[in-house]
Design a protein around this ligand. Structure first.
Ligand code: ATP
Ligand code: MG
Length: 423
């Protein structure tokens, strides 16, 4: 991509209505633009990151046997009345009518629709387990939308639903999804904890959340200082204040608890028969007896992950993207694009790297070098090379790693090799 032709509306000013580093940086780097409270546009550079997160999650889901579908956002209210969530879900559920005054809701989650799909086919128990997922826009009329896409009203979620004939099957499907999540979050480069959780309005018996530990998190989680144990404080006992848990013995017997703030990026549930009983999702088991199915559901906040990743990966100059979700891998900073031979050399390097499958940006804009450097740092592209009057037509380029500002002199083959290793 040529920067001069790329729509990246960066701004220098601090946005007045943003508190979190991620929110400020997403606005300043032209990733997102607000249209209404909690409702955002994804602009080109933001969308590139969102799509990378989506694709990593998609590949992990596929690798662990889930199949992608796409369900409607608009859902008939009757389905929600059947599950008894039409009232229970509360004001986050946006209700409306069509021109014939039929009642609908805008989907905040899809248990009802998936049950309606599943119950309408004569499926044999031998075909189970089945796990279907989608990556889709959800709407929740959040009481306090804030922090940009971290807690918005419209957001992109990956939601998956598994169906099993018995509880053992459900546990297997659940553990399988947990592995898919670990795979995806590792590839996205998040530093996360798996946290025991309360199932809330979604319901069910067992649930765990995936949290990113960050001071800006809205949840409080208690973490053992010497084991993997972590739990949302809502499932632990304390009398008044969760900070009482600090220093207490960890429930797994290993180490002491520390209460920290977390950002929930994923949530997996063993729903059991909560929905299948109410919505009559059943089939004949091996004894020929009609049996309600055991369900699991599994969510990942795709758009929230983009913000959460920035919370974990930034410095005072801007974003520091992990390679796997960076909008571009490398930025070629052209210092004098008006000089034909310099621009040509930049273009030739650009073509070589693109041909090897790397996402490359070429900053060919006719602006001051200082602006190019500052914006490069704000945008968080992992690597840059500088080509200008002092070094063009030489073998080596000044190659800089955004993280830690590590500089080296590399030739084109060494640059290719370096990027190849990270693929
Ligand atoms: P929260 O406690 O943050 O409201 P939740 O328990 O309501 O989350 P789920 O219903 O489990 O969330 O949804 C699955 C995932 O979708 C969450 O783990 C989170 O990452 C994401 N998510 C939920 N609500 C929002 C929101 N308002 N904005 C952005 N992402 C969200
Ligand atoms: Mg919620």
């Amino acid at each position: 991509m040529y920067f001069s032709k790329f729509f990246v509306p960066t701004t220098k000013q601090e946005p007045s209505d943003a508190e979190l580093a991620s929110h400020k940086l997403m606005l300043r780097s032209g990733m997102i633009k607000k249209t209404a409270a909690g409702i955002y546009n994804w602009l080109p550079i933001g969308l590139r990151v969102l799509k990378k997160v989506e694709n990593i999650v998609r590949n992990s889901m596929n690798a662990f046997g889930a199949q992608e579908i796409l369900m409607p956002m608009v859902q008939p209210a009757e389905l929600w009345k059947e599950s008894e969530r039409h009232d229970e879900y509360g004001k986050e559920l946006l209700k409306f009518q069509d021109r014939s005054e039929r009642d609908f809701v805008l989907g905040p989650t899809h248990e009802e629709v998936i049950c309606d799909i599943f119950r309408s086919y004569p499926i044999s128990y031998k075909e189970l387990p089945v796990n279907l997922y989608q990556i889709q826009t959800k709407f929740r009329d959040e009481i306090r939308p804030r922090f940009g896409v971290m807690r918005s009203r419209e957001f992109v979620m990956k939601d998956a639903y598994s169906f099993d004939i018995n509880e053992d099957g459900l546990i297997e499907s659940y553990e399988n999804m947990k592995k898919a999540y670990i795979d995806a979050f590792n590839k996205i480069g998040l530093d996360y904890r798996i946290v025991k959780a309360d199932a809330g309005v979604i319901g069910g018996d067992v649930s765990e959340e995936f949290h990113i530990v960050a001071d800006s998190g809205e949840d409080l989680i208690a973490i053992s200082d010497s084991s993997d144990f972590a739990a949302n404080v809502e499932v632990l006992d304390y009398s008044k204040d969760p900070s009482e848990l600090n220093g207490q013995k960890s429930p797994d017997g290993v180490g002491k608890l520390q209460v920290k703030r977390g950002i929930e990026v994923g949530h997996i549930f063993q729903l059991g028969k909560k929905y299948s009983e109410k919505m009559k999702v059943s089939l004949k088991n091996e004894k020929g007896k009609e049996q309600d199915l055991y369900m699991g559901c599994y969510g990942i906040g795709i758009s929230r992950i983009v913000a959460a990743s920035i919370e974990q990966n930034h410095d005072d100059k801007g974003i520091v993207w992990p390679y796997s979700i960076a909008p571009f891998h490398l930025n070629i900073i052209c210092l004098d694009p008006n000089k034909k031979e310099i621009l040509e050399e930049c273009e030739s390097v650009y073509k070589i790297l693109k041909k090897s499958g790397h996402d490359v940006l070429l900053d060919d804009r006719d602006v001051r070098a200082g602006i190019k450097f500052t914006e490069h740092e704000m945008l968080g592209i992992p690597f840059s090379i500088i080509i200008g009057p002092n070094n063009f037509n030489k073998n080596n380029y000044e190659f800089t790693e955004r993280e830690g500002n590590v500089k080296s002199e590399l030739n084109i083959d060494e640059i290719k090799q370096k990027l190849e290793e990270l693929k």
